[in-house]
Design a protein around this ligand. Sequence first.
Ligand code: M6R
Length: 603
Amino acid sequence: MCGIIGYTGTENAVPIIVDGLKRLEYRGYDSAGVAVMNEDGFEVVKQKGCLSALEAMISIKPIAGFMGIGHTRWATHGEPSDVNSHPHLGSQNKIAVVHNGIIENYRQIKERLEQKGIRFVSQTDSEVIAQLAEYYHDGDIVDTMIRTANALEGSYALGIMCLDEPDKLVAIKKDNPLIVGVSEHGNFIASDVPAVLAHTNRVCYLNDREIAVLTKNSVEFFNMDGEPIYKEPETVTWSIDSAEKGGYEHFMLKEIMEQPRVLKETIQSVLGDGDNRRIIDSLDVSRFDRIVITACGSAYNAGMVAKYVFERLCRVTVEVELASEFRYKDPIVGQSTLVILVSQSGETADTIAAMREAKRKGAATVSVVNVIGSTIARETDYTLYTMAGPEIAVATTKAFSAQLVLLYLLAVSFAKKLGKISKETEDRLLSDIASLPGKAAGLLKRIDPVAKYAAGCVGCKSIFFIGRNIDYAIALEGSLKLKEISYIHSEAYAGGELKHGTISLIEDNTLVVAISCCERLYEKIYSNVEQVISRGARVLFIGNCIKAEPGEQLETIELPEINELFAPSLSVICLQLFSYYVAANKGLDIDKPRNLAKSVTVE
Ligand code: M6R
């Protein structure tokens, strides 16, 4: 939930770390801090608030050094404050630590150390790591890391500097991501690849409980027995441009605009000759009698859409489960179940736990993941990568779209393998999917009506999203997007459910966004639209089969024609833009909505 970075090399670490933190700020932005080591020992600047507050502080109190660590925080233990910000130092100022994760037994460790006379200054769980490492340090930092890690329960990605071993930057992880970047001028640790992309695209992925020891010109890895292990750096294809705003006011808008390319590349990754194609071809689907899709947030919504596609095309039962529920429900899965994990980051704690539970029960696991080398990508039996590139805005857009299209393609492949569709139908479906990038591009050329309508919605207290069947599934995503970035209360309902209670919430001027891309259900959703209009609602009607004329209470937005199973890829673009422009007109911090972080690596 936090972002960490570290550097040791021939350049001043401070600007490198601050720049890296900017690219990790999506992981948390309650406070930030940097520590460097130089001939005077540690110099630390840490500050409550966004990174800009830290930058302002550094400009008043400059620090410099060739080795340093930095942190951007999403608070879990202890309020966002200067003292609770990372890096944390041991009480003898010999060890400095940045931590992403949660130490579950921190109270016990703290009590034990306090009994030995060690004084704590913060309310965080993370400070115990610095104090414990300092307490254990016996002149050998690898040994210290092993002893410290063995005492910790919970999750951690750690960057550590030790004054007694001033040439070494040390890192270890468990259940939280950490990469090591290797460059000409020095070496890095970071929570995520974009943090180091300005310097290198050569990275090693740390596995749980592996230790990295970096000097300015070497990187070594050790296991928990202190034995050396070998890792070859991998070359990442993501470019630094994809992690820049590229002239857009917000990453979210840039990422919305990137969707035609992302759709095209993701489709190509399956229809062309790539790893995704090879993996999908290798799946023996006849052994499964049930599919369970499990994920969180938007990735769960992608699963909801996929359920309609799989069930319609493959005639197989698909259940979609929230990963946070699945992990604790003693799920009924086994060798004949295929569990599909969907995750942009590949690091969502609940989805990781769901994956491990499914594997423990013998189910086969397939992941749809965006971040290469992430925990879910590494641990599932089959990994399919979405081609979204780095997604920086907390609200997902392009990664969601890539998940949808990959799931459609998986469903078509399964249907064909199961003999549920003919070659002719397969070709037609694939051609419909292949038409999506062009149709999405066309839609993105005419965003003015959505932007204009959204501008008139900033005063709404509550907005409802309705649809039927697959349009309902995408309504869930429209509603989540709006809540997340505009802070307007919103709910999504299946149109037919309105009369069972929700309609009592409709009053004069309530805004209802209705989606209609299932022509066979047009009359049904239109009757819901009429029901809410007659109770005073305003309706924004989005779809490709709308016959109603716009009126005083009704605005329509026409979408390109497409097979209803794939229409969510177009309607969602409209919904994303609607949320974006509502939030933009409210002047909100769209890329970093309050209380949220992009990767939810804690429970
Ligand atoms: O990285 P993941 O896809 O596993 O993340 C899951 C959710 O946390 C994520 O989709 C969240 O709901 C987004 N911020 C929504 O825009």
